[in-house]
Design a protein around this ligand. Structure first.
Ligand SMILES: NC(=O)c1ccc[n+]([C@@H]2O[C@H](COP(=O)([O-])OP(=O)(O)OC[C@H]3O[C@@H](n4cnc5c(N)ncnc54)[C@H](O)[C@@H]3O)[C@@H](O)[C@H]2O)c1
Length: 322
């Protein structure tokens, strides 16, 4: 039975699709190859997946009204891993409607598909650590209130969780929402700090360090995230009235951002030229995941520290960009 992966041309979707293919699953990858960042990188990811016979790619906007029909045309779709989204906190101040289309309309369309596909079994979807917004209690726990998003991106991701809850209640669709914490690794996203810093340092260009570097992030290596996504996919809720669960997937370590820069410098053998800058609107000071529920229910055990993961990213960056 094929697994649908939305956002398959994206960073996490590419790795999740590759892991599903590696364990012998058939994968239908959906993505509209949005131009938010370099489309060539997305095409390169899809080309690698398309080398596998068991992979089918469909270029499609998940917000399209005929999404259900598109998926129904593939017989036997019972599981969806929904990772397509308009990502990025800062860009949500520039193009808010892109977030409404991909993250709100798109999410409802996926739920409609889950509701209408015969014999549908399980939906795993991406939420985000950004839902913790202005919370100051650390580490962030799934039991904490999440009513204070400080960006539209965060508000759409929290809305997705609430909409999912309603669909779970109404239509008994088993679902798991995963709050990812700053995911990084090979084939990563060019709009994220690790990529931006690595590119700038390797070109000898200055890097801007927001909040004068006084920020911490729970950086989570892509292989650990993939393990968590597959574990969630393999464990659908059963027998609950509203079968919706939410987990944090993080590394459970809040790392100072300057440490990230130090690791890039060491791997590249070049010093960064740092420009200290102000805090950016929508950004949070620190993220730190309480992963006890994911450990207990999903057997989620992140294994990759940034000392290992950052050099792996930098090596990929060098190879990819020649
Ligand atoms: N990478 C992280 O650190 C992180 C952290 C928290 C949450 N997330 C969430 O995880 C998911 C995957 O993130 P990612 O880092 O791989 O981002 P990404 O931007 O690399 O991947 C998202 C993919 O979705 C596609 N897409 C966007 N709008 C679409 C639409 N309307 N229809 C079809 N496809 C569309 C894009 O083309 C892209 O390939 C997203 O939901 C994101 O919000 C990521």
């Amino acid at each position: 039975m094929p697994v649908v992966v939305t956002g398959a041309a994206g960073f996490i979707g590419y790795h999740v699709s590759a892991a599903l293919l590696a364990r012998g699953e058939q994968v239908i990858g959906l993505d509209n190859l949005s131009s938010y960042y370099d489309v060539k990188l997305k095409e390169a990811r899809v080309a690698r997946l398309a080398a596998e016979k068991a992979f089918t790619f469909i270029r499609k906007n998940i917000a399209d009204r005929d999404l259900v029909e598109t998926l129904a045309a593939f017989k036997g779709v019972r599981r969806i891993v929904h990772l397509a989204a308009q990502a990025g906190v800062r860009y949500s101040l520039q193009d808010p409607l892109a977030y409404v289309e991909a993250n709100l309309t798109g999410h409802v369309q996926i739920l409609e598909a889950a509701r209408r596909l015969p014999a549908f079994e399980h939906l795993v979807y991406a939420s985000s650590s950004s839902v913790y917004g202005a919370n100051t209690k650390l580490p962030f726990s799934i039991d904490d209130p999440v009513d204070t998003p400080i960006s539209l991106y965060a508000a759409t991701k929290r809305s997705d969780e609430l909409i999912s809850y309603a669909y779970g209640h109404l239509f008994k669709i088993p679902q798991v929402g995963l709050r990812f914490f700053t995911v990084y690794g090979p084939w990563g996203r060019p709009d994220m700090a690790l990529y931006i810093f690595t590119r700038a340092i390797s070109r000898g260009e200055p890097i801007r360090l927001f909040n004068r570097g006084a920020m911490k992030r729970d950086f989570t290596y892509i292989d650990d995230i993939v393990q968590g996504v597959l574990a969630a996919l393999d464990r659908p809720s059963q027998g609950n009235a509203a079968p919706c669960r939410i987990y944090n997937l993080g590394n459970h370590r809040a790392e100072p951002v300057p440490r990230l820069i130090q690791l890039i410098e060491e791997t590249l053998g070049r010093k960064a030229e740092i420009v200290l800058d102000e805090m950016q609107p929508g950004d949070v000071h620190e993220t730190f995941a309480d992963i006890s529920a994911a450990e207990r229910d999903l057997g989620f055990h992140p294994r990759t520290s940034i000392d290992i993961g950052v050099p792996r990213f930098v090596e990929w960056f060098r190879a990819y960009h020649g």
